[in-house]
Design a protein around this ligand. Structure first.
Ligand code: PEP
Ligand code: MG
Length: 543
């Protein structure tokens, strides 16, 4: 037996064979921009290039038969462009000389090549820039598809081991087969760890060692609470894990007694206890744990699990399912929070030195209103089927809120004209997750119906502690007085303006902070579904 220690990211016990993520150098890593294995990256690029050339050939043939010679010629030109020696040299050079991954090289070379064409005087050459974007987008999507294949191939219960998992990989995994996660990278506040808690499965991050492919299929036991991985566990370890599992089951039964009871302190203060979800698949857990609403639907995960932009209909169906499942209970849909660690290949987001401080969330939505508008229409349409609210993430100014509301209003006017029903009284809120928004919360409160405090980012931005960096975890605590003061200020500003204030970051489920938040006057707490009943128990014991 080998024992490996890591940090606890989600408690619980699991025993299952290991499924190790294929080596990062051989597999797609959308967010990984550099690679130590250029040969593997070159192989991956050539395979994707060949595949796209073949697809373009098929398209040309189809176009020739169904439309005409001229249209077929477009695809044939694209085939030639993808073999252009200058472009291919540039891509290969970025992998061999600059150590970029295939994705990084294709993206950067595409941008540079298109910019070069755009700067030419010849109108015909200028127009070819759009073709380069198109072709590079196809190669990127082909490269990234392998990522999904890896995750989608798992068809039996396993413990996933990896150096790190991106949120898009995590969201692809079939929940029925994933018993637990172990990553050598990551932090307890990374989105992957948050997803594990949302799924209610044990997770350990930042282990001393990477558990690689040589362990594939071998048995492992996880103790999420202590952050311990037992590889090839001995019979005594298995027996003690079994006991812990039984204790967990018993604990669940005790929790069942709390279902249906009000979440109220001994002095009669009621707190709305809501759940955080990432996708429709999380709804059964919400209902099973008797959540009083959904305080945070991280809507970006619907985009992360796709290869291309979801349509208004795709989004509407997912939101409607949530709204109908919740009935009278509130469903707060947070609009797209893409960027930072949540990368989506087809968005073609720029490479940034500091993505957490960069083009993210509402900034992308306001800069690319066509994407935002589609989502807002879908949310509005779903609002007809339940008790839906919308909230905007990463707000730093009053102007951003007004711009977002303006687009929402436009969507309402259009839907009205089209005779499509929606809730005209849809509540509109914002997340308070930047120090700027907490400081001007009095002004922001005039614009919206509620605030939801995102402590994960508020901690990161207030304390200058990267939430992805496990080494800094000790510094990044929501209990820091600077963070608590910002939370208190926000709650007071909200109440002064007559609006309700909740907390939906991970701190909302922290038993040591909950009494402080209640003392400060918080109205709602939103957390992973598995934390709902233990939190109700705690709140009912407070006087
Ligand atoms: C937060 O920042 O606290 C939050 C809830 O949003 P996310 O974790 O998705 O960034
Ligand atoms: Mg956030």
């Amino acid at each position: 037996m080998i024992i490996i220690k890591g940090k606890s990211a989600s408690s619980g016990v699991a025993v299952a064979p290991i499924a190790a993520k294929p080596d990062a150098s051989d597999e797609d890593r959308v967010t990984l921009l550099t690679s130590l294995n250029p040969e593997a990256e070159l192989r991956r690029f050539h395979a994707a290039q060949e595949k796209v050339i073949a697809q373009l050939g098929e398209l040309a043939e189809k176009a020739r038969q169904e439309i005409g010679e001229e249209e077929a010629g477009i695809f044939e030109t694209h085939q030639m462009m993808l073999q252009d020696p200058d472009l291919v040299d540039m891509i290969e050079g970025l992998m061999t000389d600059n150590h970029l991954t295939a994705e990084g090289a294709v993206e950067r070379a595409g941008e540079q090549f298109a910019a070069m064409l755009e700067s030419m005087d010849d109108e015909y050459m200028k127009a070819r820039a759009a073709d380069v974007h198109d072709i590079m987008g196809q190669v990127l999507r082909t490269l990234m598809k392998r990522d999904f294949d890896w995750a989608a191939k798992i068809d039996h219960p396993v413990i996933i081991c990896a150096d790190d998992l991106t949120p898009s990989e995590t969201v692809q995994l079939n929940k029925d087969f994933i018993m637990g996660f172990v990553t050598s990278g990551g932090s307890a506040n990374s989105h992957t760890a948050i997803l594990a808690r949302t799924m209610g499965i044990p997770a350990i991050v930042h282990t001393e060692k990477v558990i690689g492919e040589d362990w594939n299929g071998k048995l492992a036991a996880l103790d999420g609470a202590t952050g311990t991985v037992y590889l090839d566990p001995e019979p005594e370890t298995l027996a003690s894990m079994k006991k812990k599992l039984e204790a967990e089951e018993k604990g669940k039964e005790d929790m069942d007694a709390l279902k249906g009871l009000p979440t109220q302190t001994k002095t009669g203060r009621s707190i709305a206890l809501y759940a955080n979800i990432g996708q429709e698949g999380d709804l059964p857990g919400v209902l099973e744990n008797d959540a009083e609403g959904i305080g945070l639907f991280r809507s970006e995960f619907l985009y992360l699990r796709k290869n291309d932009y979801p349509t208004e209909e795709d989004l509407f169906e997912a939101y409607k399912e949530g709204a109908q499942a919740m009935g009278q209970r509130k469903l707060i849909i947070r609009t797209l929070d893409i960027g930072a660690d949540k990368r989506v290949g087809y968005f073609n987001l720029p490479e940034e030195e500091n993505p957490a401080l960069g083009f993210r969330a509402i900034r992308i939505c306001l800069a690319r209103p066509e994407i935002f508008y589609t989502q807002l229409r879908a949310i509005l349409r779903a609002s007809h089927y339940g008790n839906v609210a919308v909230m905007f993430p990463m707000i730093t100014s009053v102007e951003e809120v007004r711009a977002a509301k303006e687009l929402l209003h436009l969507a309402e006017v259009k839907l009205h004209e089209e005779g499509i029903p929606f809730d005209p009284n849809l509540e509109v809120g914002i997340m308070i997750e930047t120090p700027a928004s907490a400081v001007i919360s009095d002004e922001l409160a005039q614009e919206v119906d509620f605030f939801s405090i995102g402590t994960n980012d508020l901690v990161q931005y207030t304390l200058a502690v990267d939430r992805q960096n496990a080494q800094l975890e000790e510094l990044g605590k929501a209990s820091h007085p600077a963070v608590l003061r910002l939370i208190h200020k926000t709650i007071r500003a909200g109440h002064d303006a007559g609006i309700w204030v909740g907390i939906c970051g991970e701190a909302a489920a922290d038993p040591e902070l909950i009494p402080i938040f209640i003392e400060m006057g918080v109205d709602e707490l939103s957390m992973s579904a598995a934390r709902i009943l233990p939190t109700r128990k705690l709140i009912r014991s407070l006087s």
